[in-house]
Design a protein around this ligand. Structure first.
Ligand code: HEM
Length: 501
């Protein structure tokens, strides 16, 4: 009888192990049974063994180059997911059958309303509703209103360089100061001086998003790859100090705008648009909470500042190593300045500058800040004659893999803006170049981001020549942030700035 007391728990433990083992066998054979190419999964992490060791975009490139197949089976821990590698399948998922891929897999938890309700993570039907209303704010005509402010900030960049160029300037930091000023003013109505001074409270808050700690790393990985854990451990997309600050600033901005305008009229910037949604939702009793509105401002700041700043840093770095491209860009900008009579360009003039845009687009090809596109199948979906994926399967479109495929972009490591001159750009195959994504969930800030980057490039490259800083790696040897989900420099990259006049 005494022996039985010990045998029962041992039996239970053995049964549990046997159950887990059988489940594991099923998981492990999942893609093999379906004839889908894959690498054997790790028993705990599945295919995510690269986390914290390799940037997710670099890993995607590696997978693309290793398999060269239309799709690859992977596991997010034990959950099967699919990487898509061809333009045809990308078009299917992102556009043609987007009704079945409305949502991203990434999710915020119930304990984190700002992380859960922002446009990037929010699920349908809220997404359709909010996206429709916000889209109107990002049209070229609405953004034109912001251009004077952005231009003045870009000129401050050149002023700052005049003061600091003798010291070692950390490119990503420099440009983050500029992009937080630009987006902070547009989304939160807060005017800051980080571009000139390198300091602002909003900048400190924005930096907290990207500040790495083991816990934040685990939290972010859960948001993207294991959302069920987010609520269990109450992980947050933005640190609490940031969301508290957002709420405070937002309240102050609302009070100030309402005092100034009385009625919230036609939106002039992102903050006005958000206030309009808040007002309409109160009138219609839609129940969009203040958190819901603050969540949109927070994602504009976090989605906008880091992407544009990384891109500007990579572009400046590449140009230092490509003097011929830089000279051509300078001549092109100088000619435009002489024709215009000043360097006070409008956003339309910048959008028409073919070489400038070629340089930026080539930067976006090589260094897409968000280098893969995340979706989840709402219902079972037929990928091709051989494969149907189950409802709930995460799907990742491997944008960066295609950006580096020599069949689409010959000599892909070469920084060559000529690829994007109008006569060549028209030959680029659709859905092989997607730095802003595609389909209904394409980046809402595309025009805003491009405008911000164009103004900065003009101000910096009309006034300065950049050359490599001694001891820095050549672009191909530069490390990409190993711990990050987004493609950004993994080290402090610097160049030397030499005044043009
Ligand atoms: C160089 C700058 C930028 C790049 C490369 C970029 C890239 C992207 C990409 C690839 C996506 C995912 C698209 C998809 O899944 O199909 C995205 C989504 C998004 N981006 Fe951007 N972005 C940039 C700037 C901005 C800016 C300035 C803002 C805000 C003002 C912004 C706000 C967002 C938001 C809110 C989403 C989610 C849209 C939705 O799901 O409806 N981005 N971005």
């Amino acid at each position: 009888m005494t022996n039985m007391v010990y045998l029962v728990p041992i039996f239970i433990v053995l049964c549990a192990f046997a159950w887990i083992y059988l489940r594991w066998l099923k998981v492990r054979n999942y893609w093999a049974e379906r004839g889908v190419p894959h690498l054997p999964p790790n028993p705990i992490l599945g295919s995510l063994t690269f986390l914290q060791q390799k940037n997710a975009g670099v890993w995607m490139r590696h997978m693309y180059e290793t398999f060269k197949t239309p799709y690859i089976g992977i596991w997010l821990f034990w959950r099967p997911a699919l990487i898509i590698n061809t333009p045809e399948l990308a078009r299917q998922v992102l556009t043609k059958d987007s009704a079945n891929f409305r949502d991203r897999f990434v999710s915020g938890g119930d304990s984190d309303p700002i992380g859960k309700l922002n446009l990037f993570t929010v699920k349908d039907p809220d997404w359709t509703n909010i996206r429709r209303r916000l889209t109107a704010t990002f049209t070229a005509s609405k953004l034109r209103i912001l251009q004077d402010y952005i231009r003045s900030k870009s000129k401050e960049l050149a002023q700052r360089l005049k003061r600091e160029r003798e010291s070692r300037i950390h490119l990503k930091k420099l440009y983050s100061d500029y992009t937080t000023d630009v987006i902070g003013a547009s989304a939160f109505g807060v005017t800051c001086d980080a571009t000139l001074t390198g300091k602002s409270h909003l900048k400190t808050v924005a930096e907290e998003f990207s500040h790495y700690s083991i816990l934040r790393g685990i939290g972010w990985s859960s948001l993207f790859f294991f959302p069920e854990l987010v609520d269990v451990f109450r992980f947050k997309m933005f640190p609490k100090t940031s969301t508290d600050y957002f709420k405070r600033v937002f309240k102050a901005a609302v009070a100030q705008r309402e005092a100034n305008h009385g009625e919230t009229g036609e939106p002039k910037d992102l903050l006005d648009a958000l206030l309009k949604i808040k007002k309409e939702s109160e009138e219609r009793n839609e129940g969009y909470s203040e958190d819901f509105i603050v969540a949109q401002a927070a994602i504009f700041l976090s989605g906008g500042y880091d992407t544009s700043a990384s891109l500007l840093a990579f572009l400046t770095y590449e140009l230092a190593y490509h003097p011929e491209v830089q000279e051509k860009l300078y001549e092109h900008l100088l000619e435009a300045k002489n024709q215009n009579g000043s360097d006070d360009f409008t956003s339309e003039q910048l959008a028409d500058m073919t070489y400038l845009n070629g340089v930026i687009k080539e930067g976006l090809r090589k260094y897409s800040p968000m280098s893969w596109l995340d979706r989840v199948a709402a219902e079972d979906y037929r990928i091709d004659d051989n494969l149907t994926i189950k409802a709930g399967t995460p799907v990742y479109v491997n944008g960066i893999g295609m950006h580096y495929d020599p069949d689409y972009f010959p000599d892909p490591d070469k920084f060559d803006p000529n690829r994007f001159l109008p006569e060549n750009e028209k030959n680029i195959k659709s859905y092989t170049y997607m730095p802003f994504g595609e389909g209904p969930r394409i980046c809402i800030g595309l025009r805003f981001g491009m405008m911000t980057v164009r103004f900065a490039m003009v101000s910096v490259f009309l006034n300065y020549k950049v050359v490599p800083f001694p001891g820095m790696p050549i672009p191909i040897d530069m490390t990409i942030d190993k711990r990050g989900i987004f493609y950004s420099p993994g080290e402090a990259i610097c160049v030397e700035f030499i005044p043009r006049a």
